[in-house]
Design a protein around this ligand. Structure first.
Ligand code: GLA
Length: 725
């Protein structure tokens, strides 16, 4: 609900448990007034600290600069005396911008940033505030949307040059919030290839703490997410403010603790790698930012992100639908396969009940290694005589569906496409291009380049029955001609993805970027699932998936059972645990099933049946994290034990699935009691543990817990299904 108090010129956006309040000051500055636990609409202008002493910059020009440097802005400008980080930087020969309120409107529905992924759906209301920089004629619309029942504010920014001169945009962030407080810790996710989304939690300090990407993708190294939490905030209690960006390119996310102990929190496109010439009468949209408030700890924050993204961001028809259990041949064969080998895997997979066969890298051109052929999307007749058809016939003949890997944004120097069109690759005239994984990036800002790839993909999609695509992106951008390139590149990628999901709406799309370098909300708009990491080791996955679930729905976490010793770590973990961990995501297999032991093979049909019986809980249920795989290294100081646990609970709380993983076994540790969460206290839940049937109230399970016997060995696990009687 959005309220406007006319006398105070105060806007209030209310969600079930939170309020977000803005005030238009006398001179037209838009000031951030309050964001936190819900409060009844009332005069909050005292919080702006403008009246003590009474201070109106227009009447005290001498002190205007000090006003600008401490007033709590909701979209701060550069160049006029606010020395904190601005949200907008404009260059028009001069270097200043001074946005003042012009008008506003409140309406049902929301603004959709053009050509960008965005939230959508009914049951939402928007506050639009029009601001203007008089000297340049730049008009900026700030959009604030709230969806019914969801404790989030969705912000976006659109600009129009209504002046007579071209303007150079040097920075346009999507959200900036000045919190009148310094008692925060900042949670961010850092990582690397195969080690994505490691959670870190540190007190904020004076100055700026920032994560960002300038790599042309949201990146393995940092995720476009951060949270500001209280020192006492835990998984299920305390305040948490979460921020993310619905964008897959360069981003910046930062907190700045100022001289007056206020915290400026911001998220948007990274400014150093951004430039946009806004010619007269033209417009520009910045991506949507999502701001979540929770008084129920990190868990409450994550569940809000999950609900919002599942109900109002993912568009695929698979968002609420059962997804097929897949087998992917990458870790099974890498580039070394032929038709017969694939058939052997498919035969065994179909016998065990696996429903979708995904052919990964290596099927096109002459790709025996990662040294060549990207851009030549023509089946390799040496490996697949007669093309893909004999294989797809075989697979569909077995009643399985067929999926295919593409890396559509890339070009190998050793490819027919590059030989014919060297200019298709991103580069700078007169400077050698840097190779990475022996490949270059295609210039997706160019329509003809996109069309050339699209024509090849379409040829395949119209010839063989492809019901799943893995869209990969395996290198970061270099030798980009100018900072004005990155955003159009990203828009080009989004245009291709849009084309794909519009023309082939039945295809289940899984995006990927060298594992999880584009594991971001922008991608969710196109692909309901995203490969989370090339690291399939169950132990490492606990951390990667915990980190991912802080802001992304578990239904999106591409997660597979692979062989041991694991290819990324050499670790050996029980087959059963690998499955239990992969069930915190999309669930599939990535190994040569034909080479498994009889015992492992025998477990697969039961795992698939179990998965189908719980997958709705993973897709639509509420996640409560009950353990913390970072605990021994101190991410959550309140806990030392080396285990992880989580529970997914259905919307009506009558059904739940609980998983416990003992990471490291400890001698003489008799048993461990894990208190559950999210259940109905008075309902009686039935479950089976260690061959014994139990019936316990939700209150018992949440206050006393389930008792897990000392499990034997590292990485052993238990999964329980709990249903009300
Ligand atoms: C990336 C992906 C892998 C696999 C390979 C193929 O690394 O993340 O899953 O598809 O590319 O080259």
């Amino acid at each position: 609900m959005i309220t406007y108090l006319e006398n105070e010129r105060q806007f209030q956006l209310d969600t079930p448990h939170a309020s977000y309040v803005l005030t238009v000051a006398e001179e037209g500055y838009l000031l951030h007034t309050y964001w936190g636990k819900r409060i009844a609409p009332q005069d909050l202008t005292d919080l702006l600290r403008l009246s003590d002493p009474p201070f109106v910059p227009a009447k005290n020009e001498r002190e205007r600069a000090s006003f600008l440097d401490c007033a709590p802005f909701d979209f701060p400008c550069a160049g006029i005396g606010d020395y904190r980080e601005p949200a907008i930087v404009l260059e028009d020969g001069a270097f200043a911008c001074d946005l003042r309120y012009v008008s506003h409107r409140i309406y049902n529905g929301k603004y959709a940033p053009r050509c960008l992924p965005h939230t959508w759906g009914n049951g939402c209301e928007t506050l639009e505030i029009l601001m203007r920089d008089e000297p340049t004629g730049l008009e900026v619309k700030l959009h604030y949307t709230v969806f019914e029942g969801i404790d989030a504010v969705i912000r976006s920014v659109s600009l129009e040059n209504c002046g007579s001169r071209d303007l150079m945009l040097r920075r346009v962030l999507s959200a900036s919030v000045d919190l009148d407080d310094d008692r925060f810790e900042m949670i961010t996710l850092y990582g690397s290839w195969a080690r994505e989304r490691q959670a870190e939690r540190l007190p904020i300090r004076h100055g700026k703490q920032r994560i960002d990407s300038t790599r042309g993708e949201s990146s393995h190294q940092y995720s476009p997410f951060f949270a500001l939490v209280r020192p006492e905030t835990t998984e299920e209690s305390g305040e948490a403010y979460g921020f993310t960006l619905i964008y897959s390119g360069n981003f910046t996310a930062q907190a700045e603790l100022t001289q007056f102990c206020q915290t400026r929190a911001q998220i948007g496109i990274e400014a150093g790698s951004f430039a946009h010439c806004l010619s007269t009468e033209s417009e520009f949209d910045a991506p949507e930012a999502v701001l979540v408030y929770s008084e129920d700890g990190l868990g409450g924050m994550s569940r809000t992100f999950h609900r919002l993204f599942t109900d109002h961001l993912i568009r695929s028809k698979y968002r609420y639908a059962e997804r097929p259990v897949l087998i992917n041949n990458w870790e099974a064969t890498y580039f070394d396969f032929d038709l017969e080998k694939l058939k052997t895997i498919a035969d065994e997979a179909s016998r065990l009940g696996i429903e979708l066969f995904v052919l990964d890298d290596g099927w096109f051109g002459r790709r025996d290694s990662d040294n060549c052929s990207l851009g030549d999307w023509v089946p390799d007749q040496r490996k697949l005589p007669g093309g893909l058809k004999p294989l797809t016939d075989h697979i569909t003949g077995k009643g399985m569906r067929f999926g295919l890997w593409f890396e559509p944004e890339m070009i190998s120097p050793d490819s027919d496409l590059f030989r014919a069109h060297p200019d298709y690759a991103v580069g700078i005239e007169g400077r050698p291009r840097t190779q990475s994984r022996a490949q270059y990036v295609l210039n997706y800002a160019r329509r003809d380049v996109r069309d050339a790839v699209w024509a090849q993909m379409k040829e395949i999609l119209d010839t063989v029955p492809v019901s799943y695509i893995k869209w990969d992106m395996n290198r970061q951008l270099t030798e980009v001609p100018s900072p004005a390139f990155y955003h159009p590149y990203m828009l080009g990628v989004y245009q291709m993805l849009e084309r794909l999901v519009t023309e082939y709406p039945d295809i289940l799309l899984e995006s990927c970027s060298g594992g999880g370098a584009r594991f971001d909300p922008g991608m969710l708009y196109y692909s309901p699932q995203i490969w989370a990491s090339d690291d399939t080791d169950a132990k490492e996955r606990l951390r990667i998936q915990y980190g991912a679930s802080l802001f992304m729905p578990p239904s999106a976490v591409g997660s597979h059972v692979s062989v041991c010793p694991n290819h990324a770590t050499g670790r050996i973990t029980p087959f059963e645990t690998r499955a239990n961990v992969a069930m915190f995501g999309t669930f599939g297999y990535e190994l040569n099933v034909a080479q498994l032991s009889d015992d492992e093979k025998a477990q697969i049909p039961a795992q698939i049946a179990r998965w189908h019986s719980i997958s709705r809980l993973i897709r639509e249920g509420s996640l409560y994290r009950l353990g913390n795989p970072f605990a021994p290294t101190g991410f959550a100081a309140q806990q030392n034990a080396d285990y992880d646990a989580w529970i997914f609970v259905s919307a009506d709380q009558s059904d739940a699935v609980f998983t416990y993983v003992q990471i490291t076994a400890e001698a003489n540790m008799k048993s461990r009691r894990i208190r559950l969460a999210g259940l109905l206290p008075d309902a009686v839940y039935a479950y089976e543990l260690g061959g014994k049937a139990y019936q316990k109230t939700g209150a018992y399970l949440m206050q006393c817990g389930v008792m897990l016997a000392n499990l034997w060995g590292d990485m052993t696990s238990v999964q329980l299904r709990l249903r009300t009687l």
